[in-house]
Design a protein around this ligand. Sequence first.
Ligand code: PMP
Length: 428
Amino acid sequence: MRRLISILLYLLHSLSMEAASRSPYRIREDFPIFTRVRGPKPLVYLDNAATTQKPRRVLNAMVLYYAKANANVHRGVYSLSIEATQLYEDVRRKIAKFVDANSWREVVFTRNTTEAINLVAYSYALHRIKRGGKIVITEMEHHSNIVPWQLVSKINGLRIEAIPITADGYLDLGSIDKLLRDADMLAIVHASNVLGTINPVKEITRTAKEYGVTVLVDAAQSVPHMPVSFREIGCDFLAFSGHKMLGPMGVGCLIAREELLESMEPFMGGGEMIREVTLSGSSWNEIPWKFEAGTPSVADVVGLGAAVRYLREIGMDWVRRHEEELTQTALQELSEIPRLRIIGPESVKDRCGLVSFVLSDIHPHDLAEYLDRTFNIAVRAGHHCAMPLHTKLGLVATTRASFYIYNTKEEVQLLAEGLKQALKHFKA
Ligand code: PMP
């Protein structure tokens, strides 16, 4: 009986722990940056699409790594190096599980999404797509998923065509068969960092596969915010950044199908990625190490491991639900503000946790500066590394509020209040 009671108490305790940890008010306590105040005003951080804040657990994991386990990886036969290697490789397994890859061999550590996409451009597209070949992107891509393709196209004489967007911020899929029929590669964003649109990448990949097209998904704004399954999407490459999902800056991932990685050329040459080197030539290490030249950012990888564990404990379903609630509040509050135009889909179900907008004729830079100075609210202003999209929308810049697990409804309401005050301040 006593045993039963203690089991029950334990269960109750763990349930209440769980409930507590799934509240943004409780979650905030894990983030030292939120002790930062300016006068009486706490920091309202709404620039999570650019980078997220880091919980104590991530910071501690990195400090602990340097304090207790620092050694170069894969090289030493001594126990410290073996331990460091184990920590590093454990994270690879964690990431594989987190994004539902087939195996840890499909996980390549890069610096960020940008490097992951460049890796595919230079190791895959440059060698595999013949002169006159075609790469399809979309009009809503981040520069990271435009410029690498332009660079290899220049070398190889490739064509780049873009899936257009509709006036309400969706992909216009009417022309997709025509675009993909003679394409070699499709590089598409999962969730737009400006419109917020979540693209149906699984369905689009299925169509691309019917035409034998290789598919890369830019998951920089999806993997941190919702459950994402590499296997379910069925794409060949998936790219994302650690710093946008509570991890440190300096580490990102490319998830790639094993047989593609096997057959691809290395990205960069140097130590670690080789099997044998002679003065006349070299052979390559096994995957994924073939793509990780030089000393990797081990402490960052360890930090990312702690971030993934934190997110798994909270649960990606909760993360998505919480962001949906905040986005719904934002759409509602902002739509009541006169002369405010929201960019992107109306339905919160089709959106990730961000809202971009223009407010009357106030320049987004002036608006962001005003919100910071007056309310200690951090929002992004500019073209958000998506100039072709802004050109298409007929805008030079937008203001963007983007949410994460520690943001609250009150913060969204404060943003709305700040925007109303801005109208008066700028007499707009
Ligand atoms: N793609 C998208 C959709 C993004 O939002 C970003 C970051 N804003 C990137 C790519 C590039 O990410 P990083 O700068 O971490 O390489």
